[in-house]
Design a protein around this ligand. Sequence first.
Ligand code: 26Q
Length: 811
Amino acid sequence: MSNTKNITEKEVQALIQGKLSRYFGVAPKEATKDQIYKAVVMSVRDILLEKRQQFHKVMRSKNGKRVYYMCMEFLLGRSLKNNIYNLGLGDEYAKALKGFGLTLDDLYEQEPDAGLGNGGLGRLAACFMDALATGNYPAMGYSIRYDYGLFKQKIVDGWQMELPDIWLPGGEVWLTQRSDKACTVKFDGWVREDWTENGLKVTYGGYKEVEALPYDMMISGKDSEAVSVLRLWRARNISHFDMKLFSQGDYLRCMEEENEAEVISKVLYPADDHYEGKSLRLKQQYFLVSASLQNIINDHKHRYGPLNLLPQQAAIHINDTHPALAIPELMRLLMDENGFTWDDAWAITTATFAYTNHTVMAEALETWQEDLIARRLPRIHMILKEINRRFCNDLWERFPGQHQFIEKMAVISNGQVRMANLSVIGSHKVNGVSALHSDIIKKSIFNGFYQIWPDKFTNVTNGIAHRRWLCQANPELSGLLTDCIGDGYVKNAAELEKFKKFVNDDSVLKRLQEIKRIKKQQFADYAFKKEGVTIDPDSIFDVQAKRMHEYKRQLLNAMNVISLYAELLDDPNKDIHPQTFIFGAKAASGYLRAKQFIKLICYLAEDIKKHPKINEKLNVVYMENYNVTMAECMIPATEVSEQISLAGKEASGTSNMKFMLNGALTIGTLDGANVEMSETVGDDNIFIFGLRADEVDEVWSRGYNASSYYNQNQRLRRVVEMIARGFNGESFAEIANYLLTGTPVADPYMCMADFDSYTATQKKVKDLYVQDQKKWAQISLMNIAGAGVFAADRSIKEYAENIWNLKPLKA
Ligand code: 26Q
């Protein structure tokens, strides 16, 4: 079984049978679908393990550098299809399963989504693991093995309810427990400093210990040698089984479990682009970084020995500031446990870490109360104070008297620890996630740092796992591409460019239209089966799917729908092409405004249903519990992709790339990666509207007046009034007030300002659909052909070359 390419159908069958009999004690005939699913996963795991071991041998023989990607979230979705696809074993497994009376699709359906992430940042981490393995980069991801991932969304009477996401019963079979790599993480307690003849000695005592137990998950590359490993830490109590109590007969008290430690890995915080300073979250972050760094250091000592070589052998990436405590933690490990001086430890630390920023929004920037850190992590607190003291002293020497300038860059100020500043100071490279965003961070939040270290800042535009989002999610389109341009694009997405040649080929354009119709029908069937909603597959599918957030402006989308609704109420016979506006979004559980928006959209949908004649032309569908698996069905079916955030707010966006790759036409603002998408396809192939980021700033500095738009635009007035009056018997006056008179400022994300240009662009796009199907298909084709640069393979190559100094490894 040394080469996965040589594995035969018979071997696969034997492997599965072996698992069924060993782990479930059943013969194939008696096995349930769930047992067969698990046996199949175990067989894939065996193959991955073998491949990983081969790759390990190469890694050892070449002494290669590795990257360690630390992230609080990995939004993996399902894994079985991806691994079988990447291993190139689809046919073998399909045939083997025939013998059990099952298809591969039957089994794929059995797998729960691993939803260990909120949205873009977590999905990006998952796409990167795939690209790292495909590019033959030695890589390990680190995160937490949450018992519960992102909550399951139920919508009851328009209101979002959160239910626990119980993924482990079907998901755990991917995880291999590695007790041999367990370690402990310490919290609370006290620190004492003593001057001895050998210098300052630091003693940490009175702490509470938590065991960190790792679970490994392997992710295969596509036709490559590498397998990425995702190591997920689970928190466990260190059991102090008290023999004395036991022998004294106090059986129950002895069994009583101290559960405090285990809550650390219980649940993923359901917030994105919004920060909350909760003690448990701080513990999660430190738990992740301390366990991971101990693991990295042990590994390094075992393989290479001296820790001063760490930066040559290891690149450690901190994905957003959530793992930023890794910086003081590495300092602690180097100084307190390995005898390094401050200066040497600092040189190693800054040469090892790199940091990606994913937001500039003030409410998303992490700051922790200094006294919370002092109590929970007393030694880390001391180190943070020292990092701050030294940094501020250096600045004071370079910029004497410039108090304000220095204060903005301090790590600790006003009793708050600023994680973004810590991340910049402790890393050798800092990057944003799209060209616009990387520019903005240099001009705004990190401007001071940029003046001091211009070369530290760089850009790596995000990318997506195009094999998952195209080849696996849309085999029909993938097949057409292969027919036209060969299959080179599978490993080299830049080759999608060749598809441009077919822009005047009527038969290809027709195939493109047919494929979109097939994907629309499939999604309509899925929506009916999952949620009982009826969607006309001949209507235009207009989709906005992403986290529910004010800045992403699902409200602006709803305002356009309401405007169309008003027109149809005035004239139900108005001749417009049927349109279905589809939404998929979860709101953070404590984010009331976002929950109100969900309710507005659901009530609007119900209200329209009361007018069957109008409903035939205007349909609104709110899909419950949007997740990775739903996205894989929804995105290939989409014709119009909504990327309508207020310019300057969306760091990159990644769903925009997935929709484009599947031939949707984008309506978008010049925000995040939309800017680069529009440069790639040209103005004629994307529908840009609204204020640009610099104009947004300008309007703000002049003083934004939302009601002036209301007074000047009759259509807009009508929309706001309809919102106030309400839908389906429920008033949404609060949202109308938010737009008109909200405090501290009305309409903070400028839906009113962009309403006119948005609705005009909507009309332009829908008119084109009706008037020129061929043109539509041509634009669709140009988008598919232009999507190659947005592959995660490209992003990872840039990280490897410009940030990690990492080379691919091959036997
Ligand atoms: C922080 C502290 C406490 C609790 C939660 C958090 C937290 C968790 C998740 C803060 C932010 C996030 C997630 C942010 C995120 O997903 N950002 C998105 O990242 C994408 C990948 O770069 C970008 O494409 C999106 O533009 C950006 O919004």
